[in-house]
Design a protein around this ligand. Structure first.
Ligand code: EPU
Length: 373
C-alpha cells in the first residue's frame, strides 16, 4: 500500500472516531471550515474538523476522549492572535467560543468561562463597581485567550487578578490556584495540551463612574494609536526585553509603515501591526512581511524579534505524539491569543490586542497532556 493510501485509511478511521466522540458528548462537530473564517487576520487554510463544546464539563470530556483516541487537537478562541498557514490543517480545532455562560458575580469575585468576551466582562465588572481589569476593556478576545497569554494593556494584566483557573484534566474540570501559574509578559506557564476552561477573578471595589472613565480613556488611547476595523492580529511581535524602544517604534523608524507583500501590509497607524487586505490575501504574505521585518531589525539593530502571534503550521497536522510546532521554519516563540473582531458594542476594534482566545500555538497530542506543574 502506498503511504498516501495508508494516510487516507488512517484519516477515515480518525474521522469515524471523531464523529463517535461528538455523538457521545452531544457536541457540534463541523467540517469544511477555514482559518480564514475563524481568525481575525482572515487568512489560513482548511481545517479538518471544528468541535464546539458548550459547557466546561463537556469540553473536558471531549478533549479527554480525543487524547484517549490519539486524535491531535488544538484549542482556539476567537482567533485574534493566530497566523495559520494556507495549506490543509489535518487536526481538530476545539473551539472555546461556545463556553460563554453568564459570569457569576459574588462580592468582589467573578467566575467566568473561557469563551466569554473580555470586553463584555470588563463592562459587567465596571458596572458593579469592580475594578482591576478596566485597562483590558478594549482588547477584543475571550477570557480564555487572555488567561493563556496573560493579556495586558494600560497597566492591567489578567494574571494579577486571577484567583484560580479551571483546566481540563483527565476528563474533568480541575481548579488550580492562580498563584501556581507563572504570569509573565504575554506568556504563562500553562502547558501545551492544556485546555483552559474558565477562571475566578478577584477584583476590588471602586466607584463605577471612575472605572468607566478609566475604561473609556484606555479605549480612546487604543483607538487613536492602533488600527481598528481592519484585519490584524494585534501586535505581531513582542517588545524586546531591555530595549527602551518598543517594536512599533523600531519598525516605524526604519520607514516600514505601509510596506506591502501581496495582501499583507504594515499598518500605517502602528508599525507593530500587520494587516491583511483583499480577497486574495494569504498567510504566506503576512509571514513573508514579518520575516522581512525580523531580518531588517536583526541587521540594523542586532535584535531578534520574537513573534507575539502564534504561527500554526499545517505540516504538523498528523505528527501525532510529537510536538513539532517548536521546530522548523515556523518557529513558535510565543503564545497567542486572538479575538473577536467585534466588541460588545459592535465596534470593530483591532483584533486581538491580545486576548483572545485561547489559542495555544501548539498541537495537542496524546503525549502532550497537562502536567501538574
Ligand atoms: N510608536 C511609534 N510608531 C509606531 C507605534 C508606536 O513611534 O508605529 C511609539 C508610540 O508613539 C509610543 C511608543 O511607540 O511612544 C509605544 O507605543 P504604544 O503606546 O502603542 O505601545 P506598544 O509598546 O507599541 C504595547 C502593547 C500593546 C498594548 C499597548 C498599550 C506589546 C507588544 N504591545 O504596545 O499590545 O495595547 O502597549 O498597553 O506589548 C498586543 O498585545 O497585541 C498589543 C497591541
Amino acid at each position: 500500500m502506498t503511504v498516501e493510501v495508508e494516510n487516507k485509511l488512517d484519516l477515515a478511521k480518525r474521522d469515524a472516531a471523531i464523529e463517535e466522540i461528538a455523538r457521545k458528548f452531544s457536541v457540534r462537530a463541523e467540517r469544511g471550515r477555514r482559518f480564514a473564517e475563524l481568525t481575525s487576520l482572515r487568512v489560513g487554510g482548511a481545517i479538518d474538523w471544528v468541535i464546539s463544546p458548550e459547557t466546561e464539563e463537556q469540553a473536558a470530556q471531549v478533549v479527554h476522549a480525543l487524547n484517549e483516541t490519539g486524535v491531535a487537537w488544538r484549542p482556539l478562541g476567537s482567533g485574534s492572535n493566530v497566523l495559520a498557514d494556507d495549506a490543509e490543517h489535518h487536526y481538530v480545532v476545539v473551539s472555546t467560543k461556545g463556553l460563554k455562560g453568564e459570569p457569576l458575580f459574588d462580592g468582589q469575585r467573578v467566575s467566568v468561562s473561557a469563551g466569554y468576551s473580555l470586553p463584555r466582562l470588563c463592562i459587567e465588572a465596571g458596572r458593579r463597581g469592580l475594578a482591576g481589569i478596566e485597562g483590558l476593556g478594549g482588547i477584543p478576545g475571550t477570557v480564555g485567550g487572555a488567561l493563556w497569554m496573560n493579556a495586558g494593556a494600560y497597566e492591567h494584566e489578567i494574571g494579577n487578578v486571577t484567583e484560580s483557573v479551571r483546566v481540563a484534566r483527565g476528563g474533568r474540570v480541575v481548579e488550580i490556584p492562580g498563584r501556581e501559574v507563572k504570569w509573565n509578559y504575554r506568556h504563562t506557564s500553562f502547558q501545551e495540551g492544556e485546555l483552559l476552561l474558565g477562571a475566578t477573578l478577584l477584583l476590588h471595589t471602586d466607584d463605577a463612574e471612575k472605572i468607566k472613565e478609566r475604561m473609556e480613556g484606555a479605549k480612546a488611547r487604543r483607538l487613536s494609536t492602533q488600527p481598528h476595523g481592519g484585519r490584524s492580529a494585534g501586535c505581531f511581535f513582542k517588545n524586546p526585553p531591555g530595549s527602551e524602544k518598543g517594536t512599533g517604534k523600531i519598525i516605524d523608524e526604519m520607514g516600514m509603515k505601509n510596506e506591502k507583500r501581496g495582501g499583507a501590509r504594515v499598518s500605517p497607524i502602528h508599525a507593530n501591526f500587520i494587516v491583511t487586505e483583499g480577497e486574495n490575501a494569504r498567510a504566506e504574505d503576512a509571514l513573508a512581511l514579518a520575516e522581512e521585518i525580523r531580518e531588517r531589525v536583526r541587521r540594523e539593530h542586532g535584535i531578534e524579534l520574537e513573534y507575539e502571534v502564534e504561527l500554526w503550521r499545517s505540516k504538523d497536522s498528523l505528527e501525532s505524539g510529537t510536538n513539532s510546532l517548536e521546530s522548523g521554519v515556523w518557529s513558535l516563540e510565543s503564545k497567542v491569543s486572538s479575538s473577536e473582531p467585534e466588541d460588545e458594542t459592535g465596534t470593530i476594534e483591532n483584533p486581538k490586542s491580545k486576548i483572545e482566545n485561547q489559542t495555544d500555538s501548539r498541537l495537542q497530542t496524546p503525549d502532550s497532556r497537562l502536567s501538574e506543574d
